[in-house]
Write a protein that binds this ligand. Structure first.
Ligand code: PBG
Length: 340
């Protein structure tokens, strides 16, 4: 019953005087109660490497991202290091003539990715180098493993990526990041690296990599788009499954992964949170090519403020418990952070 002398507003009776907006009123209170922050220390820059000298090539599906020859990549890496970016993750686009059924070029100690690592270590010694050991850039069919008929053969693929991991460590890679989702790969790579004396090379497992449509632009970037027949559903995690993703990650933790990654990022924030909560290991999200392209293209068409959405998505990974983000936005975000 309302009383004419009662000066309280109806909403006060409803809120019980609890008003969330008190602390939202001013910039200083908002800063004071802010729970998560993105810093340059959270960023891993994902880059595409191509053969040749002095080449930078745009990727139409990823506006603003360039494939770079090793010399150009080194220049860009120095800039990244100067901005304070901790690490770079490299992905090669190798000549078609070098791709074969088993991806044997991955074993070449002097292949594009290993040459890039050596050059990067010289050009920007303070920058961490993360290399992917999957076979997809090296196979003539674009799959991440060795094919027998229609099937990706697990154990033979693991043998091959173990050797590739050693070659990458010899070239100077600091972190090996297997992305092909074969069973038993983390333990096998750990053992093989240790045997070769690389106890201090870490493993960032693409622990939960989903069979996602968001990798489209990446396939264009490394030229596997036309090669790939079928999809990767027989080895990546079904996009509908969360508990299976957790079980897969648990195996990687048991086998000795130092860090876990979730890929793609934004559609799988629930997985980021659950991995962090369950294992307490460092967790990274990979904001993949399709996520990048969506933001860039929507911004180009004037639908969203691209910079703002870039920062919002990067921060959302922190809120979801991630320790960092692999992202094509690293340079842009670092520059923005340096100004703020
Ligand atoms: C596969 C690999 C993929 C990406 C990086 N390594 C996915 C795929 O080709 O199926 C995707 C990264 C991106 O989309 O940005 N080893």
């Amino acid at each position: 019953m309302s009383d004419a002398n009662d000066k309280t507003h109806l909403v006060d009776r409803i809120t019980g005087h609890r008003r969330m907006r008190r602390l939202r009123k001013a910039d200083w209170t908002r800063r004071l109660v802010r729970e998560n922050r993105l810093t340059v220390d959270d960023l891993i820059w994902t880059v595409f490497v191509i053969p040749g000298d002095n080449i930078e090539e745009p990727i139409p599906a990823m506006p603003g991202v360039m494939r770079m020859s090793v010399d150009r990549l080194c220049e860009a890496a120095k800039k990244a290091a100067d901005l304070g970016i901790p690490a770079i993750a490299t992905f090669p686009n190798i000549e078609m003539e070098k791709r074969d059924m088993t991806g044997s070029e991955v074993l070449n100690p002097d292949n594009l990715i290993n040459r890039a690592t050596r050059a990067l270590k010289k050009a920007a010694p303070s920058l961490g180098v993360i290399t992917d050991v999957a076979l997809d850039p090296f196979t003539s069919h674009g799959h991440d493993g060795i094919l027998s008929g229609e099937e990706i053969v697990n154990d033979q693929t693991v043998d091959q990526i173990c050797e590739a991991a050693v070659a990458q460590a010899q070239a100077g890679a600091d972190i090996i990041a297997p992305s092909e989702m074969m069973d038993g790969r983390i333990g096998a790579i750990r053992e093989r690296l240790d045997m070769a004396g690389f106890q201090d090379v870490a493993i960032m497992s693409y622990a939960t990599k989903f069979s996602s449509g968001f990798y489209g632009p990446y396939r264009e970037a490394i030229s596997t788009k036309g090669l790939l027949k079928g999809d990767k559903a027989s080895y990546y995690v079904d996009t509908a499954n969360a508990t299976e993703a957790l079980r897969d990650a648990a195996l990687d933790v048991e086998e000795g992964a130092d860090m876990l990654m979730v890929k793609p990022g934004l559609p799988y924030l629930d997985i980021c949170w659950r991995l962090k909560d369950t294992f307490g290991l460092p967790v990274f999200a990979y904001q993949v090519s399709g996520e990048y392209a969506m933001i860039k293209m929507a911004a180009e068409r004037g639908a969203i403020d691209g910079d703002r959405v870039m920062m919002e998505t990067l921060l959302s990974f922190k809120r979801a418990g991630c320790d960092g983000i692999l992202t094509y936005f690293a340079i842009e975000a670092a520059e923005k952070l340096a100004k703020s």
